[in-house]
Design a protein around this ligand. Structure first.
Ligand SMILES: [Fe+2]
Ligand SMILES: [Fe+2]
Length: 531
């Protein structure tokens, strides 16, 4: 008897799951002919927005393979499909406007940021979105990635087959067409990872035992995560309907808190120092093993490059009006990174199943970072950004996910995400965090001195930009083994050092590009609202 090609076994498991998710209660509820108007049932997607809009980046950076020219057939097929999928976030924006959700919500820009990136109500969505992203990045091998994409496409197709029926009812009543929720999108979501003509590339693929194991594991995980997400969205949507709309949740989960404890303490921050932020725990590589010294030197070189480039001159001005305008632009450009920081440290950097003291040390390090980000909303308010921008929700979403001027934000996010997840080596995760902290501090130093002078002159609090800290130190239970880990003292293998250097240069380069793009934005007047 002939043995079946291995991909067929993987596809069989995916097809079993395809059947399993078909009748998910969310899907059934969406098409039930009850008295809930179709456009209201679609409210569930406001608990899915940072997946739907992030889907563009996911496809560009983590599903497509880079370097079009030299791609082999499997990589080219997956990349071709990703090129289509990355356009769908715009379809969602079109429907957002058709459905009148800007008026329905009326949220200020700061409320959109808080809802998407820091609110409690969407925390589990962020966890799942991060977990799904990790699956794609772990699946560097196209045979394995194919299985993950196929799983997520199966889920998408199942959802859109059901929403199309809602969209049809909406069109019948209003005469308006929905392109994301309806037929137009469905026609581009076949439920498969690659176009039909490329199916055979994967169908005939022979897999090793390890490839088959990884493909099944990651595909099943993708189904489980989306299944969970569907259940959660069903519950949240029904609660919102029972509350008559989003007013209550807007107050509870979109409006950011303006009461944030922030203090300046002696020794917390030393401007201009190589390791500027003082911590009550081991963090900075102050005692590097000879093998890791080149990494400290790489960071120093990147810092010097920033100083020599003149990019920081932007933050040197004595004029109050000009100084405030520059801080407004800087804060607008920082907002996506800063409000995304808690997700990085809560869901991206830590190991889901730490199995060694070093992995636990990474998790403890991560739990200590990311808490300053909520201060940003205080600065945002002090600088009057909501009033100046006066953007409807859709405009803020475009700013975050689609604007040409913020492309470098997304490049940076992709570089950081990639470097965290492309390896499970704790030493590399440590260096990723060190590079992020050090390079961010290089700019924060310059922004901080301008912010302090503006805070003095205006009397309005700018805790985030002036680098204040929470007065409450996080107290962790002791873990003597993990706390004894000093990553910088390890003898690192040459390949690890090379990978860490690439991480440092990648992150430093992306942050540099992003700040330069901010200077271009000032010249180009991309955002005259804050000028
Ligand atoms: Fe799509
Ligand atoms: Fe798709």
């Amino acid at each position: 008897m002939l043995e079946k090609p291995a991909m067929e076994q993987v596809r069989k498991i995916i097809d079993d799951w395809r059947v399993r998710i078909e009748d998910h209660p969310l899907h059934q509820w969406l098409v039930e002919e009850d008295d809930v108007p179709p456009e209201r049932k679609l409210w569930f997607s406001l608990y899915f927005t940072n997946f739907i809009m992030y889907f563009r980046e996911l496809n560009i950076y983590h599903i497509a393979y880079q370097g079009d020219a030299g791609l082999d057939a499997p990589r080219a097929a997956l990349t071709g499909h990703a090129d289509e999928d990355m356009t769908h976030s715009r379809l969602f924006m079109a429907d957002f406007k058709t459905l009148g959700w800007d008026d329905l919500l009326g949220w200020k820009p700061s409320e959109v940021f808080h809802w998407l990136f820091t609110s409690q109500v969407n925390e589990q969505l962020r966890r799942r979105t991060t977990a799904i992203t990790k699956l794609y990045i772990e699946a560097q091998d196209p045979a394995v990635r194919y299985a993950v994409v196929e799983a997520v496409e199966a889920c998408g197709n199942a959802l859109f087959r059901h929403t199309t029926r809602l969209a049809d009812r909406y069109t019948a009543r209003t005469g308006r067409e929905l392109i994301y929720w309806g037929q137009y999108h469905l026609e581009r979501e076949t439920g498969h990872a690659v176009e039909d003509e490329h199916e055979t590339v994967f169908a005939d693929m022979e897999l090793t035992a390890q490839q088959r194991k990884d493909a099944v594991r990651l595909a099943v995980r993708a189904f489980e995560l989306i299944d969970e997400q569907n259940s959660h969205m069903l519950q949240l949507a029904q609660e919102t309907l029972s509350q008559g709309g989003f007013d209550l949740r807007r107050r509870a989960h979109a409006e950011p808190s303006r009461a944030v404890d922030a203090v300046e303490r002696e020794g917390d921050y030393q401007p201009g120092a190589m390791w500027p932020e003082g911590y009550a725990f081991n963090f900075w590589p102050v005692d590097p093993h000879p093998t890791q010294r080149p990494l400290v030197e790489a960071l120093r070189a990147e810092t010097d490059r920033v100083a020599a480039s003149g990019v920081l001159d932007f933050f040197r001005t004595d004029d109050l009006d000009e100084g405030e305008a520059r801080l407004r632009l800087a804060l607008l450009f920082m907002a996506t990174d800063t409000t995304g920081t808690p997700t990085v440290y809560r869901h991206m950097v830590p190991y889901a199943f730490p199995a060694t003291p070093a992995e636990r040390a990474v998790n403890r390090m991560a739990s200590r970072f990311g808490s300053r980000s909520k201060m940003l909303y205080v600065d945002w308010h002090s600088l009057g950004l909501d009033e100046r921008l006066d953007w409807p929700v859709s405009r803020t979403l475009e700013f975050i996910y689609l604007d040409r001027a913020t492309e470098t934000h997304r490049d940076l996010r992709a570089v950081v995400t990639h470097h965290i997840d492309v390896t499970t080596d704790p030493l590399l995760r440590y260096w990723t965090v060190v590079a992020l902290k050090k390079m961010t501090a290089t700019y924060a130093d310059a922004v901080g001195s301008l912010a302090r002078s503006i805070e003095d002159k205006t009397g309005r609090p700018l805790p985030y930009l002036t680098l204040k800290r929470s007065p409450h130190d996080l107290v962790l239970e002791p873990d003597p083994e993990a706390d004894a880990i000093r990553f910088d003292t390890w003898a690192a293998a040459p390949a690890t050092v090379d990978a860490a250097r690439a991480t440092i240069e990648g992150i430093a380069g992306s942050i540099f590009t992003r700040y330069n793009r901010m200077l271009d934005s000032q010249r180009l007047r991309d955002y005259p609202e804050v000028a």
